[in-house]
Design a protein around this ligand. Structure first.
Ligand code: PLP
Length: 480
């Protein structure tokens, strides 16, 4: 091992001195053995040592590459103004899009859900099966709002552990996060009201605004901080905004998380202007590193924040179990729930209580975060290395999405349709914004293994971008 360490030390220096550049391929094991005079096994050990230090990474059947240590995200584009948008029409496009990527043979890079292989929890399924045999799982009063008390208790405890004093009755169990978000919005907004949305945001927010006939004020992203406090306050002064719907942790689709300082200031502004916030925190557990990010809810002394989340991104969207946290509006939300989705299957609620009471969930989360980080970095490095220089790949240390800026002349919806013909899904920016100037972005789900199939699909994506032509009639073509 001593020789391997020596070699690793020499190679480490080459990387530090910039002789070997980020994304550059290292000599093969055989070549390195020949030039250095060390055995193949020593070279392999040295490469693995460098990999463990995060200096190089291995790509299946290809070799070792120098890792890019600079994962600092580049600044986002500056978009000057907030806008007022009435008569939102997003639902039909989202519907057609989701249908189009549904078939099993479409590579799910356009999906909003993590690779199910990473979520699979045999222990949880075993518990579900045990409960499925119990009569109590079907007769439970948990089929009435606000849901199963023991599940409310567990969720409340998780909040309290993060410093958000919570009683079980503050929690309403819902059919996933989307149900929580929609019920929350209905509880505070009427048709014709003004809602503030981030300029680019999860399509569920646009659909909700469309369904309720709301006027939307869009808030452009801050190029560096993700959230623009100054513009936010200007919007609160200019428009009679009743409610905001924001994502501040692992934003979908862009990926950024906003600092605690900004979250605290958002809470202060909400209190000052008496505006509600629907905080979509569905990716709250998928942070990289050791510190779970706070939410605006943490700073919410004025009961302005309806905090919504679910188990969809950590245990599987199929469970359809989510919740909303708001002390004062809990009763109103339950009334609305009784008129729509009623409650979640008691069987699943019982099973979740048992599963969450064990150590399995925390263990699962730790391993999930590590795997997501690993996959995301591999996708990022490959794309950084092979995409044309005019493209930008935004990497943020959480979640499993990469947000990619394409050359401005490429319409991402047309690119998505082209790739669909090759059975590859990608999410075009038209799903997330109504701004016509922002149609050249795509969101890529990177929660999958970096296999040969993955690489082939990314190569096709890269080829389609590289060879995109834009003719006079504005039609996209991927033909060279
Ligand atoms: C940002 C965001 N919020 C909410 C949801 C809905 O989550 P659920 O499946 O728990 O309803 C999703 C799902 O894609 C999402 O990406």
């Amino acid at each position: 091992m001593f020789k391997a360490e020596q070699l690793a030390h020499t190679l480490h220096q080459l990387i530090e001195q910039g002789v070997w550049k980020p994304h550059q391929k290292l000599p093969s094991l055989r070549e390195q053995a020949q030039t250095s005079g060390y055995s193949l096994m020593t070279v392999l050990n040295a490469y693995q040592e460098l990999e463990a230090r995060g200096l190089v990474f291995a790509r299946e059947k290809s070799g070792y590459y120098v890792a890019d240590q600079n994962m600092q995200p580049t600044a986002l584009d500056r978009i000057e103004d907030s806008t007022l948008q009435s008569n939102i029409q997003m639902n039909s496009f989202v519907f057609d899009y989701l249908k189009s990527i549904q078939p099993n043979d479409i590579l799910p890079f356009g999906s909003a859900f993590p690779n199910t292989a990473l979520l699979h929890q045999p222990k949880l399924l075993q518990i579900v099966a045990q409960h499925a045999r119990r009569k109590q799982s079907y007769e439970s009063t948990a089929s009435m709002p606000p849901g199963l008390l023991t599940l409310q208790q567990i969720i409340a405890r998780r909040y309290s552990l993060q410093g958000i004093a919570t009683e079980p009755q503050d929690i309403v169990i819902t059919s996933g996060c989307l149900d929580a978000l929609n019920l929350s919005l209905q509880a505070v907004a009427q048709p014709g009201d003004y809602i503030l949305l981030q300029q680019t945001i999860f399509y569920g927010a646009w659909q909700a605004a469309e369904r309720l006939g709301l006027n939307v004020i869009t808030l452009p992203e801050h190029p560096e901080y993700g959230f623009d406090l100054e513009k936010f306050e200007q919007c609160l002064q200019m428009y009679p905004i009743k409610v905001c719907w924001l994502m501040l942790n692992s934003h979908n689709p862009i990926g950024f998380s906003v600092s605690d300082d900004i979250k605290q200031k958002i809470a202060q502004l909400l209190a000052r202007y008496k505006v509600y916030l629907i905080e979509d925190d569905v990716y709250q557990e998928l942070y990289f590193g050791s510190k779970k990010p706070l939410s605006v809810k943490y700073f919410d002394q004025d009961h302005r924040v309806l905090h919504c989340s679910s188990f969809s991104k950590t245990l599987g969207a199929g469970f359809r179990v989510g919740w909303v946290h708001h002390r004062k509006l809990s009763n109103q939300i339950q009334h609305l729930q009784l008129m729509s989705t009623i409650a979640v299957s008691p069987l699943l609620q019982h099973a979740l209580v048992d599963f969450l009471s064990t150590h399995h969930y925390e263990k699962h989360l730790r391993s999930l975060r590590l795997k997501l980080e690993h996959h995301k970095k591999l996708f990022y490095r490959y794309l950084k290395q092979h995409l044309p220089a005019e493209c930008e790949v935004y990497y943020y240390p959480s979640g499993y999405f990469l947000w990619i800026k394409l050359p401005k002349h490429i319409d991402s919806t047309q690119l998505y349709q082209t790739l669909l013909q090759h059975r590859i899904g990608i999410a075009p920016s038209q799903l997330f914004t109504v701004n016509r100037q922002q149609q050249h972005f795509i969101r890529l789900n990177c929660s999958f293994e970096f296999t040969n199939q993955t690489q082939h699909a990314l190569d096709l994506l890269i080829h389609s971008i590289t060879s995109a032509k834009f003719d006079q009639s504005s039609t996209y073509s991927d033909k060279p």
